[in-house]
Design a protein around this ligand. Structure first.
Ligand SMILES: *[C@@H]1O[C@H](CO)[C@@H](O)[C@H](O)[C@H]1NC(C)=O
Ligand SMILES: *[C@@H]1O[C@H](CO)[C@@H](O)[C@H](O)[C@H]1NC(C)=O
Ligand SMILES: *[C@@H]1O[C@H](CO)[C@@H](O)[C@H](O)[C@H]1NC(C)=O
Ligand SMILES: *[C@@H]1O[C@H](CO)[C@@H](O)[C@H](O)[C@H]1NC(C)=O
Ligand SMILES: *[C@@H]1O[C@H](CO)[C@@H](O)[C@H](O)[C@H]1NC(C)=O
Ligand SMILES: *[C@@H]1O[C@H](CO)[C@@H](O)[C@H](O)[C@H]1NC(C)=O
Ligand SMILES: *[C@@H]1O[C@H](CO)[C@@H](O)[C@H](O)[C@H]1NC(C)=O
Ligand SMILES: *[C@@H]1O[C@H](CO)[C@@H](O)[C@H](O)[C@H]1NC(C)=O
Ligand SMILES: *[C@@H]1O[C@H](CO)[C@@H](O)[C@H](O)[C@H]1NC(C)=O
Ligand SMILES: *[C@@H]1O[C@H](CO)[C@@H](O)[C@H](O)[C@H]1NC(C)=O
Ligand SMILES: *[C@@H]1O[C@H](CO)[C@@H](O)[C@H](O)[C@H]1NC(C)=O
Ligand SMILES: *[C@@H]1O[C@H](CO)[C@@H](O)[C@H](O)[C@H]1NC(C)=O
Length: 699
């Protein structure tokens, strides 16, 4: 016990020594003012502990000081920081590197921000929730990198803020809501060395008057997904160091000029969804470094320049949805050995599939839907060992049986879309496809709108990986085969508009309720009644049984489908009452029981009475609102629910009829265009497209 005071004293002494040691030996020891600025900065934030407690702030996590103890680096990206940026940050006047990216900072930057931090060289505030307008003060001459992307900044960016930024190399403000003009003449008057400019995904509008002529170092220019209009900027061709031009999703008009051949480093040309209307530059092929070209959704016309086949580094070529024409069989694809995607959909190309295409061994996706191509598929197509997506719909190809016999040997093929091609031929029958063993990796097959005759062949039952099958709009007769239930992965099937008949059949039991779904069996001759087990398709959103010969009552159990949004039972022979339990379907948006033999009062709910009378018409014994005929005292009493007994039910056993609502939507859209979007990039394009269309609707 006596030793205790002595111990204490010894400890204090050691501590004292320790502090003296730190203070005297650490020449980086931070200035008190810097420390308090940092503490004040941190005090407005909530974050996982930064552990900024030791005396010397230069040792704190994320902080670096110079020899005089001034804080030069404040690097706290991905730290889960929330809160506003305190004005005290502006007191760290020696900061050269500020990186607070990927946090949850909100609020705006104070007006003096760039003025106080005029030594800043690298500023990265990307991926935060910052808002407001950019501070009015000018960028300093020290600044090299500005990344304010992926925030909620708005307002305009006046060209004048670049006035002094002579060392600027990279400026990224993408993914905000900036408006006004894209700042121009950035290189001309101020920042001659800029390499990277990214204005994409904002609301910039008006002409793109860039003044890029003086940009002797510019490599990347992006301004896609804005509201830009006017002519494609001519002076862009003077920025000869450009490697990437990406201005998709705007309304740029005019031509892609021959002058583009001066951009000898160009690797990426991304201008999809604009209104460009020229021919493709004749000498485009001189751009030997081109890797990625996407000009989808423009009004380009004329033939493909033969020189294009000199772009031996091309990886993706998207020229879909234009007015291009010409015989493509004459083109020599032979040298495009890197090409993975070729998209020429929805144009007016003629000729046969160029045989030289079969030597592009890297090809993964070929889209030729909606052109005027003819001829047969050649066996050489099998030399494309990576081909997984092939879309040939709405052309004049012939010999479907031959094509299927060849293509079935492809081990890479995932998606085969032949919609609207091979019109009027026969469905390749089991006799045609003897000893069938193929399509082992096919998961999507469309033979819709082909006007095919014949029956659903048994060889289809061997496509063990099939998930999606479209046979709608053909002349297919016979029954829905029972083996459909044995395909383990099939979850979407469209057999509507055929001549399928016969009584609904029993299938092997299947797992239920996997997908929010959609069933479309409309426009066939299916008879029998609607099974009560339908109630087990709990996630069903859309059910189309219209234009068949279904009879019996509408099963009460349909009301268990709580997510049901569309129910079309029109044009059948359904009888009995409309079950009053239907009033509980809160999400029902479209409902149609017209042209049946239904009777009695229409159940009452705000929802049901809000549908058009046309949804109920053609049922002479039906009464009550919204129909004009009032219900008499006895109407609706002769209930006839006996029909509910039939247990020969099948619908619940077909989980492969389900489809994600989104997928259905995509299928629907591309169905119109005769193709289906599978590939990620194309799907992205599609969503962007819809997005732009929406924006334009708004604007
Ligand atoms: C920043 O510096 C100013 C004076 O230059 C001072 O008034 C203010 O208190 C300082 N703020 C902080 C948080 O240190
Ligand atoms: C900021 O930090 C992130 C994450 O470390 C990094 O990816 C980014 O390049 C940095 N920004 C700058 C301008 O250096
Ligand atoms: C630009 O950066 C260089 C270093 O690369 C530096 O020497 C020069 O002083 C900077 N210019 C200005 C105006 O700050
Ligand atoms: C700009 O920042 C975004 C992230 O917000 C990034 O995706 C994009 O690649 C950057 N632009 C350039 C040209 O690096
Ligand atoms: C755009 O910014 C938001 C945050 O504002 C972010 O969540 C999103 O990932 C960004 N998008 C891209 C493509 O970088
Ligand atoms: C592009 O450069 C040429 C030749 O250097 C020059 O005559 C022309 O004015 C420049 N165009 C623009 C728009 O800067
Ligand atoms: C390409 O650049 C050269 C000089 O670098 C110039 O003489 C020529 O006119 C330019 N060509 C086009 C088509 O702009
Ligand atoms: C393709 O490039 C070769 C060699 O550079 C050249 O001789 C030929 O004319 C070019 N072809 C076309 C169609 O431009
Ligand atoms: C259809 O294609 C197959 C396989 O290529 C071929 O054997 C057959 O002769 C073709 N039929 C016709 C009528 O051209
Ligand atoms: C099924 O095909 C028909 C006819 O082509 C079409 O109208 C319907 O939208 C398709 N159903 C689904 C769910 O895609
Ligand atoms: C239901 O189907 C019928 C017949 O196929 C069609 O005319 C009607 O427009 C459809 N109703 C709704 C609400 O979609
Ligand atoms: C897009 O630009 C046009 C003028 O080019 C303008 O009328 C329209 O309001 C703008 N739309 C949006 C959403 O900014």
């Amino acid at each position: 016990m006596l030793l205790q005071p002595y111990n204490l004293m010894a400890h204090s002494f050691l501590l004292f020594l320790l502090f003296s040691y730190i203070i005297s030996t650490n020449i980086h020891a931070c200035k008190q003012t810097e420390r308090s600025s940092l503490i004040s900065f941190a005090s407005t934030l909530s974050s996982p502990p930064l552990n900024w407690i030791s005396i010397d702030c230069c040792c704190w996590k994320g902080i670096t000081c110079n020899q005089d103890g001034w804080v030069t680096h404040l690097l706290l990206p991905f730290k889960g920081i929330k809160g506003g940026i305190s004005p005290s940050l502006g007191n760290l006047t020696h900061l050269t590197h500020l990186n607070l990216s990927h946090n949850s900072l909100y609020g705006s930057l104070e007006t003096q921000f760039f003025l106080s931090l005029n030594r800043l060289e690298f500023l990265d505030l990307s991926y935060n929730l910052l808002s407001g307008e950019l501070p009015f003060s000018l960028l300093s001459s020290n600044i090299r990198t500005v990344d304010l992307s992926s925030n909620h900044f708005h307002g305009s960016i006046p060209s004048s803020i670049f006035q002094r930024a002579s060392n600027l190399t990279s400026f990224n403000v993408s993914n905000n809501t900036f408006t006004g003009y894209v700042p121009s003449s950035i290189c001309l008057h101020s920042s001659p060395f800029v390499r990277l400019l990214d204005f994409s995904s904002n609301e910039f509008s008006g002409n793109l008057a860039l003044g890029l002529g003086e940009c002797s170092k510019l490599e990347v220019f992006r301004a896609g997904h804005n509201n830009l209009s006017g002519l494609f900027p001519e002076d862009i061709y003077n920025a000869t160091t450009l490697e990437e031009i990406a201005i998709p999703l705007n309304s740029l008009r005019g031509a892609i000029s021959e002058k583009i051949v001066n951009l000898t480093n160009l690797a990426i040309l991304d201008l999809y969804i604009n209104e460009l209307s020229s021919e493709l530059p004749f000498n485009l092929g001189k751009l030997s470094k081109l890797k990625f070209v996407n000009l989808d959704f423009n009004n380009l016309e004329g033939a493909l320049p033969p020189s294009l086949m000199n772009c031996t580094n091309l990886i993706e070529l998207h020229l879909g949805f234009n007015n291009l024409e010409g015989d493509i069989s004459m083109l020599d694809f032979y040298r495009l050995s890197q090409l993975t995607k070729l998209d020429l959909r929805v144009n007016s190309f003629t000729g046969t599939l160029p045989t030289s295409l079969y030597s592009c061994r890297s090809l993964k996706a070929i889209g030729l839907t909606r052109n005027h191509l003819e001829g047969q598929i050649q066996a050489e197509i099998l030399s494309l060992k990576s081909l997984s997506f092939l879309s040939l719909g709405y052309n004049r190809f012939t010999n479907l049986t031959g094509a299927m016999k060849i293509l079935m040997s492809s081990e890479s093929l995932h998606t085969l879309l032949l919609t609207g091609s091979f019109v009027g031929e026969g469905m390749p029958s089991d006799d045609d496809m003897v000893d069938f063993d193929g399509f082992q990796n096919l998961w999507m097959l469309s033979l819709a709108y082909c006007d095919l005759t014949g029956q659903i062949p048994v060889w289809l039952s061997k496509l063990k990986n099939l998930e999606l099958l479209s046979l709608n709009f053909n002349q297919i007769t016979g029954r829905i085969p029972s083996w459909l239930g044995t395909l383990p992965r099939l979850f979407y099937i469209n057999l509507s508009y055929n001549r399928i008949s016969g009584r609904r059949q029993t299938y092997p039991p299947r797992r239920l309720s996997y997908f929010p779904g959609l069933i479309d069996l409309s426009h066939n001759n299916i008879y029998g009644d609607i099974p009560t087990e339908i109630s087990q398709l709990q996630l069903l959103r859309e059910l189309y049984l219209n234009s068949n010969n279904f009879a019996g009552v509408i099963p009460d159990q349909i009301s268990n489908l709580k997510d049901l949004e569309v129910l079309n039972l029109s044009m059948n022979h359904l009888s009995g009452k409309i079950p009053s339990s239907l009033v509980s379907l809160n999400f029902l948006k479209r409902f149609d029981v017209s042209c049946n033999n239904l009777q009695g009062p229409i159940p009452t709910s705000t929802q049901i009475q809000s549908f058009n009378t046309s949804s109920f018409e053609g049922n002479p014994k039906l009464c009550g609102a919204p129909l004009p005929n009032k219900c008499g005292p006895n109407k609706g009493i002769d209930e006839d629910n006996e029909n509910n007994k039939d247990s020969d039910n099948w619908l619940h056993q077909l989980p492969w009829f389900y489809i994600f609502a989104a997928l259905g939507f995509i299928v629907g859209f591309w169905g119109v265009c005769g193709s289906l979007v599978i590939n990620k990039t194309w799907r992205y394009t599609y969503f962007q497209f819809i997005d732009t269309m929406n924006r334009r609707l708004r604007g």
